[in-house]
Write a protein that binds this ligand. Structure first.
Ligand code: PLP
Length: 280
């Protein structure tokens, strides 16, 4: 079962895929992306991901290239060729190939890439015992709500976490915790589920939305509001959400143990509920 790529209209083995050195994604990070995962061969929340991709395209003045049905057909064909039941389906749109100049090229032929890779699940003990995270200053730009391929601050932060033996790095801006390098952040504070509000400082995570909807449906008290670092350290439970991370308990923040050092009751219940939604 191979990893598959789709590059500007052509399907191929991922190992054979190439882009031009003049692609503006490569030169400037001038592009956007999405990551969708499949459960048992089905694209999970395809429409939500595609809507967010369209919003990112609009935000940077990029044509959306394909209709929804064409996107779906391309993703399904690439996925079928891979044969992986559980896969990571990555979409990238860049402002295409042009001589290097910061301003937009006159004629834009967006570069479209789709890749399908096998999904490696998280280590089971990470889910069972919970993860540790570190906090880092948020050095990112002012539009973190756009899913751009400019990820250097995220790359640096994630590497800092890995070097410290932690799973994720949490960005802190003006004393408030924002989100992880590739995940959204939730805490349970005085029995209430709290997560930072949507806005330019965080990515509007699809999993974040699903967890909020799920918690509301279950009647859990939930608030979207700023969380200070002090509040996070004193929280009863902390967890991360993301397409591949799903819902992951956090038991340590900057060496401070969260709650009793074990995955919290609310986090575990939300994860069980979440898993139900991934089944056909
Ligand atoms: N925050 C950031 C910075 C991310 O990069 C991601 C996912 O890539 C998320 C949050 C989680 O978003 P989603 O649940 O849509 O995967």
């Amino acid at each position: 079962m191979p990893n598959i790529a789709f590059v500007n209209g052509r399907f191929m083995a991922l190992a054979k895929a190439r882009v031009s050195v003049e692609d503006r994604g490569f030169q400037f990070g001038d592009g956007i992306y999405e990551l969708i995962r499949t459960y048992g061969g089905r694209l999970y929340h395809f429409k939500d991901h595609l809507e967010r991709l369209e919003q990112s395209a609009q935000a940077i003045g990029l044509p959306f290239v394909y209709s929804t049905s064409r996107w779906k057909a391309v993703l399904e064909k690439a996925h079928a060729q891979s044969g992986y039941p559980d896969a990571k389906v990555y979409i990238q749109i860049t402002r295409g190939e042009a001589p290097r100049d910061h301003s937009f090229p006159k004629k834009v032929h967006a570069g479209v890439i789709v890749t399908v890779r096998k999904l490696a699940p998280l280590r089971p003990e990470l889910r069972e015992k919970g993860a540790s995270v570190i906090t880092v200053p948020d050095l990112r730009w002012g539009r973190c709500d756009i899913k751009t391929i400019n990820l250097l601050p995220n790359v640096m932060a994630r590497q800092k976490a890995r070097s410290a033996g932690a799973f994720e790095a949490i960005f802190v801006r003006d004393g408030l915790v924002m989100e992880g390098a590739g995940t959204n952040l939730f805490a349970v504070i005085q029995g209430r589920i709290v997560t930072p509000p949507k806005g330019p400082a965080i990515l509007p995570g699809i999993t974040r939305d699903l967890v909020i909807a799920q918690a509301r449906e279950a009647g859990d008290p939930l608030m979207e509001k700023g969380i200070t670092l002090e509040e996070l350290l004193a929280a009863g439970e902390v967890f991360l959400t993301g397409t591949t991370t799903e819902i992951l308990p956090v038991v340590k923040v900057d060496e401070k143990t969260i709650g009793d050092g074990k995955p919290g009751r609310i986090t575990r219940r939300l994860y069980r509920q979440f898993l139900q939604t991934t089944r056909p």
